[in-house]
Design a protein around this ligand. Sequence first.
Ligand SMILES: Nc1ncnc2c1ncn2[C@@H]1O[C@H](COP(=O)(O)OP(=O)(O)OP(=O)(O)O)[C@@H](O)[C@H]1O
Ligand SMILES: Nc1ccn([C@H]2C[C@H](O)[C@@H](COP(=O)(O)O)O2)c(=O)n1
Length: 238
Amino acid sequence: MSTTVETVSAAARTAPAAVIVAIDGPSGTGKSSTSKAVAAKLGLSYLDTGAQYRAITWWMLNNGIDVQDAVEVATAAGKPVIVSGTDPAAPTITVDGEDAAGPIRTQEVTSKVSAVSAVPEVRARITELQRSIAAAAEIGIVVEGRDIGTTVLPDADLKIFLTASPEARAARRSGELKGSDLATTKEALIKRDTADSSRKTSPLAKADDAVEVDTTDLTLQQVIECVVTLVEEKRAAK
Ligand SMILES: Nc1ncnc2c1ncn2[C@@H]1O[C@H](COP(=O)(O)OP(=O)(O)OP(=O)(O)O)[C@@H](O)[C@H]1O
Ligand SMILES: Nc1ccn([C@H]2C[C@H](O)[C@@H](COP(=O)(O)O)O2)c(=O)n1
């Protein structure tokens, strides 16, 4: 008996304390790439909350919901079953058991997701899901989105707010969407950020205690190293 207690105590002394990291910022600042890499490097779970808002938007579109009608969206908000896999090496997302990783990235979903994610009932539902996933992460988790540091996990151990100039973000996105026009990409990106920042319920915002990292002139590798260092410092201090 005493051996078991001592063994557990010794394990608790050597195991790193669970660390919760919130990474927020506008579109194209590098949240997903950075969060996945940091989580993989430090053995943490990873949650892409944008994918969850995309998933519920995709379900609404597939089920004939008028996404511009907030009452219709609110009424349907509790219906889809959304499951997020949190392995940073292979994050997954399913809706009602169906793999949604591909379909949630279409232009149609991208253009409608801000309207759906502005509906308070949608946010309440997804926020609850996010908190339960974070609470279940034994070693810790990197959660990325728009309102993680301000609303979802206000007690996170570390909050990062990534920024970059609209020009840099549009260039990064154009690199992904082969052949897309830079000016059109920049315009779409700014439009989505404006909608996400101006909604009433938990808008895109920097938490007062977040560390702001401007990634405009940094390589992705430099951003990852910067965040890994900040997490390691927090872990050491716990
Ligand atoms: N510092 C960087 N330098 C150059 N390219 C970068 C940098 N950070 C990210 N990228 C690239 O920019 C693109 C967008 O990055 P990412 O998807 O991680 O951004 P995001 O903030 O998660 O965007 P969204 O919110 O729209 O999902 C990716 O192709 C990624 O490889
Ligand atoms: N915490 C979050 C995460 C995302 N959203 C909304 C707003 C975004 O435009 C959209 C898609 O996110 P992305 O995949 O581009 O990261 O989802 C939000 O409101 N709150």
